[in-house]
Design a protein. Structure first.
Length: 525
């Protein structure tokens, strides 16, 4: 369904909005993007003690859920909105906001997100709503990523699955920020979400004026040095090897750190602590290399995209989320290996990095810009509204769109002079794709997109078709599960075509993605 009027959106951030963090930036960035596109958007989140119940933060109206409570989690500290006041404010916000769509970020941790989901679910089941009214459509986004099950099964997620499963049943569209986060939901909770990546202000990062306070090579690392999973200590152990080979090199550590931390890396280490956003952009833009030495626990890799947008080369730990973001445009090293990290940094500083990778990294970063990601979210909200109105209607519409796209791809391939066997394969795939449970047909569609042998417009149409195939399958499986029926076996392991992986066509995690085809963020309103 195309949107016929601006949406009224309510976004939920479970973490203290007054403490810098990735989820906070995503919630506020998405709200600003929707506001620029002409929609209404406000945020519910815990705030610092004494904060006004309603206030504007970075151009976004924020409703305070009260003060946050710090809890240790995933190698860090989560500051969550807990207690009677938070529950009361969250419940009132959910029921009184008159939203078209409520978007809960991080629905797994306890706090305001749980309260919002429970109250909306109760309202849907209650008798107080007008006939035919189910309240707002509900979207939930998971940012966390864990090791695959069973090798690294998370006790916290196993426990959470018993409490969160029922809440997720009330969600119309579930999403994850990366393939790694998606795998976490598949492995630990048995859910198959859409993949919509995090957004980054790539335009602002690309325009940042470089800051150079040092004549020699500069290496920058961003993040809390007091969090072991960030791996700053690994880089400090690698640093003496770098300095030995390049005596004039300087390591700049940006973020909270102990005053004596620099002594652990030897000479040439500069601790700058917390800096403003503009200063951070200037430091990264002026660096010769950005290093992300994280040990694990990362679901995306925003700092990588930020560096890619500036053209600064990236050396990062070989984590699944980082691998997906870089897409071959940066250097990856084993996590926790100082020797390998030093060697990769020296490869960049001593000119052994292919210059073409910088241009490729910039192009890839564009796909994570808020224009592209905002459009993906509008598509997701449209889908959620359809599912909330009735899954059968959503399935029927997606089937029609899928058939039309596959047919268009076939026509384009023929017009472009593709070899006859390609045209025949496309036509066969288009016929088979009408059956949502035909996994071989979906595998063929995905393989055709990944082959790289088709003309660009053809690949783009098929990319959209594969995304919609996966969306149809996810909806069908979810509807069957809710009705107590079995679900289609997912072709989701390594070596498969990844057909259960759902992404929108202009997100860079989807093969065949092309940013130039993405309409403006407001294009569907």
């Amino acid at each position: 369904m195309a949107l016929t009027r601006p949406l009224r959106l309510g976004l939920v951030c479970p973490y203290d909005l007054d403490v810098p963090g990735g989820v906070r930036e995503q919630v506020l960035g998405l709200a600003r993007t929707m506001l620029r596109a002409g929609h209404e958007a406000s945020v519910l989140a815990p705030r610092a003690r004494g904060t006004a119940p309603r206030a504007t933060v970075d151009g976004v109206l924020v409703h305070s859920a009260g003060p946050a409570v710090p809890l240790p989690t995933n190698g860090s500290t989560a500051r969550l909105g807990l207690g009677p006041r938070a529950r009361h404010r969250a419940a009132n916000w959910a029921l009184d906001g008159d939203f078209d769509v409520v978007h809960v970020h991080e629905p797994i941790p306890p706090g305001v997100g749980h309260t919002v989901l429970r109250r909306l679910a109760a309202a849907r089941r209650g008798s107080s709503r007008p006939a035919g009214g189910r309240g707002p459509a509900v979207v939930a986004t998971v940012h966390v990523a864990m090791s695959p099950w069973p090798a690294g099964r998370s006790r916290s997620l196993r426990t959470a699955s018993r409490h969160v499963g029922g809440l997720l049943d009330e969600v119309d569209v579930l999403s994850a920020v990366s393939e790694h986060a998606r795998r976490t939901l598949v492995d630990h909770l048995g859910r198959v979400p859409l993949v919509v990546p995090n957004g980054v202000d790539v335009t602002g990062w690309a325009a940042a004026a470089p800051r150079r306070d040092h004549d020699g090579p500069v290496v920058v690392v961003l993040g809390r040095a007091d969090e072991p999973r960030k791996g700053v200590d690994v880089l400090l152990r690698a640093w003496p090897r770098v300095r030995q080979a390049v005596p004039g090199a300087r390591l700049v550590v940006v973020g909270p750190a102990r005053g004596d931390l620099g002594a652990g890396g030897g000479a040439g280490v500069q601790l700058v602590g917390r800096v403003t956003e503009d200063a951070k952009r200037a430091l990264v833009s002026g660096a010769d290399v950005l290093v992300a030495p994280h040990r694990g626990g990362e679901s995306f890799g925003i700092v990588l995209v930020e560096a890619m947008a500036t053209g600064t080369p990236v050396v990062a730990s070989d984590l699944p989320a980082f691998r997906d973001v870089l897409g071959g445009t940066g250097a990856l090293v084993p996590a926790g290996d100082p020797a390998a990290l030093a060697a990769a940094v020296l490869d960049v500083l001593q000119g052994r990095r292919a210059p073409a990778l910088t241009a490729a990294a910039r192009r890839r970063a564009d796909g994570y810009g808020w224009d592209a990601v905002g459009q993906a979210w509008l598509l997701t909200y449209e889908l959620a509204l359809e599912v909330a109105a009735g899954p059968d209607a959503a399935l029927a519409r997606l089937h029609r769109d899928l058939a039309a796209r596959a047919a268009t791809a076939t026509s384009l391939a023929a017009a472009a002079g593709a070899r006859p066997w390609w045209v025949a394969a496309l036509a066969e795939a288009a016929r088979a794709a009408s059956d949502v449970h035909d996994l071989p047909a979906q595998s063929r569609l995905t393989a055709l997109v990944r082959s790289g042998a088709l003309p660009g417009p053809v690949a783009q149409q098929l990319a959209q078709a594969t995304a919609q195939v996966a969306a149809v399958r996810a909806l069908a499986n979810d509807a069957a599960r809710r009705r107590g029926l079995g679900t289609t076996e997912l072709d989701d392991d390594a070596g498969g075509a990844g057909t259960s992986r759902v992404t929108w066509p202009w997100c860079p995690s989807l093969p065949g993605w092309d940013a130039s085809t993405a309409p403006p963020v407001g294009g569907h309103s």
